[in-house]
Design a protein around this ligand. Structure first.
Ligand SMILES: *Cc1c(COP(=O)(O)O)cnc(C)c1O
Length: 480
């Protein structure tokens, strides 16, 4: 069990020693209001530099991260984060800038944001972009507020948002938060949205349909053009959840598919370390007729200067302090420039190739509910293994003992015992082959002794925990 740093403290230990000061000491408490003074002694651990370094280095090694293990976490696109991103995001010009700084003196930062908006327009095909939202779910929120305001403006009362049953949970949650009623439609036996189902629920009370393409089963919605035609004929808007953009860059664009509003997860598709809740960026893009509804500011360019534009007449307002999650924007911009247009297309092609390779190699060992060519991820079911005594959670836990982060499990909800596997494009054939071998080995172990598998993991800092208790009442073992 990890010790907290306080338990290592020894009174008087120091990391650095300063020479005696040549300046006379002054009691600053005279200059601070009595009620703002801290009278208690601050309890800080006392350690040497070596103690501190070893403590944090060892702690970081207890973690599972993309920098030390294969991380095929479906839907989350845990792709490699090139270290040059960290270099550019750490440049003095970016880190020392202040958000209240005059635009005149922030032209470089504004130019970067403007260029990123232009790149994202090109990649998605949309007419205007706002970089404001801080995550995918936040982009959805901004997008749904636009839907709401748009119908208010044209004087139509539309209360329903249609969402496929394969959707990410944030989709219905967002629609509800924005005051819409959600209507779920079932996927067909091919794992795709069913045209007849859509027709059945689509009416003049429908404000929007939220879709992910490729969907969360990793399958391309082949009937997308028919959907967008139907949705537009009904006067509704089509919302694109862009979390799976990693599969289609440079090959197709949400705009071509007929989408009116899109969000992107820069931290997924455009490589930023994410997990544990952050950080992220979820820019949204819209068609020309919705451009005035975007959250402000957007960055403009008048031929001479870059400027923050707050002047959009139907704007939903601000959704984030200042200008979005700037550090993430720098990383995404760096990544896009580094890859270039052709490189981004290759990213998608390789991601799709890697996923199909894994799928074909694993489908005789694990059940593959939708056996067709997938995009950048695919979903297996642990049903066969569950019958033998080990469910998907057991397989996920066992994987960690082989130094592999588990795939996304029990999502999407429409697959029993789901394992959603997304290898990403940067993984080598050797890494993929190792994963295949480990997955097959786990299946053999289940055949031999399921009880033993259920005792795993044994090599991690903690073994099996009570999931509910760990989430609801985490024991962080902070000093008393
Ligand atoms: C990750 C994800 C989201 C939510 O995005 P966040 O950036 O985590 O808020 C929405 N939809 C899908 C399909 C996702 O994979």
């Amino acid at each position: 069990m990890a010790e907290v740093i306080y338990t290592k403290s020894k009174t008087g230990r120091r990391g650095v020693k300063f020479p005696a000061s040549g300046v006379a000491e002054k009691d600053l408490s005279k200059f601070i209001a009595e009620n703002l003074l801290n009278k208690a002694k601050i309890k800080l651990p006392e350690l040497t530099e070596l103690d501190v370094m070893r403590y944090f280095t060892n702690l970081s090694q207890k973690n599972f991260s993309i920098d030390n293990v294969f991380y095929p976490l479906g839907s989350c696109t845990m792709k490699y984060n090139p270290k040059i991103n960290e270099y550019t995001a750490g440049l003095d010009g970016f880190t020392n800038i202040h958000p209240e700084q005059n635009e005149e003196f922030a032209q470089g930062a504004l130019e970067l944001m403007y260029n990123l908006q232009e790149q994202l327009k090109e990649i998605t095909g949309m007419d205007a972009i706002s970089l404001q939202p801080a995550a995918g779910a936040h982009g959805e929120f901004a997008g749904m507020l636009i839907v709401k305001k748009y119908f208010e403006k044209i004087g139509e009362k539309r209360t329903k948002v249609i969402i496929p049953d394969s959707a990410h949970g944030t989709n219905p949650a967002t629609a509800k938060m924005c005051g819409f009623d959600t209507v779920e439609i079932k996927s067909n036996s091919d794992g795709l949205v069913d045209v007849e189902e859509l027709k059945r629920v689509l009416d003049n009370e429908t404000a929007a349909i939220m879709m992910t393409n490729p969907n969360t089963l990793g399958l391309f919605e082949e009937n997308i053009l028919e959907f967008s035609k139907l949705v537009h004929e009904a006067g509704a808007l089509l919302y694109y959840d862009g979390a799976n953009l990693n599969a289609i860059m440079g090959i197709t664009k949400p705009r071509i598919m007929g989408f009116d509003i899109v969000h992107l997860n820069l931290h997924k598709t455009f490589s930023t370390p994410h997990g544990g809740g952050g950080p992220g960026a979820g820019p949204i893009g819209v068609t020309e007729n919705l451009a005035d509804f975007l959250p402000v500011p957007v960055v403009g360019f008048n031929g001479e200067k870059y400027f923050l534009n707050y002047d959009l007449k139907d704007t939903i307002g601000k959704v984030k302090a200042y200008y979005g999650n700037f550090g993430i924007l720098v990383r995404a911009y760096t990544y896009i420039l580094m890859m270039g247009g052709k490189g981004l297309r290759q990213v998608s092609e390789d991601a799709v190739l890697n996923a199909n390779y894994l799928k074909e190699k694993l489908k005789n060992t694990y059940k593959l509910p939708y056996d067709k060519i997938c995009m950048h991820e695919f979903v297996l079911s642990g049903d066969l293994q569950k019958e033998k005594g080990v469910n998907t959670m057991g397989i996920a836990k066992r994987l960690m003992d082989s130094n592999i982060h588990p795939p996304t499990v029990y999502f999407p909800l429409i697959v029993h015992e789901a394992m959603m596997i997304e290898p990403t494009e940067t993984e080598s054939k050797e890494t993929l082959d190792n994963f295949i071998e480990v997955m097959k080995e786990i299946n053999r172990e289940i055949d031999e002794d399921p009880e033993l598998v259920l005792e795993r993991p044994v090599k991690t800092p903690v073994s099996r925990v009570d999931e509910t208790l760990a989430a609801r009442q985490p024991n962080l073992r902070f000093c008393e």
